[in-house]
Design a protein around this ligand. Sequence first.
Ligand code: ZN
Length: 150
Amino acid sequence: MSDLRELYQQTIIDHNRKPRNFHPMPDADHHAKGHNPLCGDRLELYLKMDGNRISDASFTGVGCAISTASASMMTEAIKGRTLDEVKTLYSHFHTLLTTPMHKPVSTDGLDKLEVFSGVREFPVRVKCATLAWHTLEAAIKDEKSEAKTE
Ligand code: ZN
């Protein structure tokens, strides 16, 4: 447990200091803004879709360390994945964050995102960690060039 906590802190610090995929994307075909008024986190998310697959993702914005690290790790995790895979990933991530500390939780398929289980100790920060994912949902619905088949 303390190993995971240390990893959590190191990972958050690292991604906050050097966010991955942190740039605007002028030729993005999907885009959305997210705001977490509880903490003041703001971010913009950019996606490029190749059919049903996310071929590229980036973000910009200003927020706390958790929201920035979460957006950074999310863009890494979703690149190259299909929308179905992303949906499954988000549901696992959400379950991880909303399961009380004393209950066991599965981290199947979460890979590096597992470190966010540390956020469960601070329920008020859960919205910081999920902001990027809510914004992702909005961006996916922002269809400029893709026809919806569902
Ligand atoms: Zn925050």
